[in-house]
Design a binder for this molecule. Sequence first.
Ligand code: NAP
Length: 259
Amino acid sequence: MDLGIRGRRAIVCAASKGLGRGCADALAEAGVDLVINARGAEALEAAAAELRAAHGVEVIAVPGDITNELDRAKVIGAAPNADILVNNAGGPPPGIWSDWSREDFIKALDANMLTPIAMMQALLPGMCERGWGRVVNITSQSVKSPIPALGLSNSARAGLTGFVAGTSRQVAPMGVIINNLLPGIHDTDRATSLDTGVSKAEGLTIEDARAKREATIPARRYGTPHEFGAACAFLCSELSGFIVGQNILIDGGAFNATF
Ligand code: NAP
């Protein structure tokens, strides 16, 4: 399928590994030039080199913490007229509701709500002026179905979801399309770290912790960054213009609901 976005430019945040990397791969495969970002410069440069070699697109690597205003400005400065924006950052740590301080909440809100909003505020005006744009926010299944240990994530991502619900309908008339992708469990470092937490808490091996989680998913496995990236590239494509402000679960059927 021709996604119709060859030659467009995308910013993909938090993209040296995991789901962000999956999105960068799929966009590069569709012929999109990229600005990619992550904190660790070495892994980021390695990802950029692999993307260039595999897909022949231009890839600019901008190291930095996307939740930090100055680093964010560098990322935006590398492609101020980006046509496509994929918002992503690491998720907040697990814990228990009674322990979180105001500072913990501010940090989570900064990373998983205010950072993607700031990225949109910077890039949406240009997209609207040019009459075309695509934004995908990587959020979480926790938006639909709270994960008890991830209350910081549940809270911050709910705020972002509210912002997108209204804003997506305000910019759609200008040809700018915003949607959220809600990952269930995917095979990334984040999943390994969550499984490590479960294995320690429940006295299981990591393999048993993973098998226990897989058994709760109708697809009986974790998702892959490759599959996730393909869905992201479709939402960033020419063909997604009638999908506005949606929250699309990619979770192997884990969320048990009729619709
Ligand atoms: P991951 O495998 O840990 O990858 C995270 C990527 O983001 C790495 O490239 C990392 O590089 C970069 N990164 C993290 N924090 C960053 C920051 N502040 N600034 C710039 N880059 C940053 O994570 P993932 O599994 O792909 O998850 C991506 C998002 O989806 C997270 O918010 C996560 O909570 C959410 N999610 C994941 C799952 C899952 O099963 N994997 C499920 C639901 C939701 P550096 O460390 O070098 O910066």
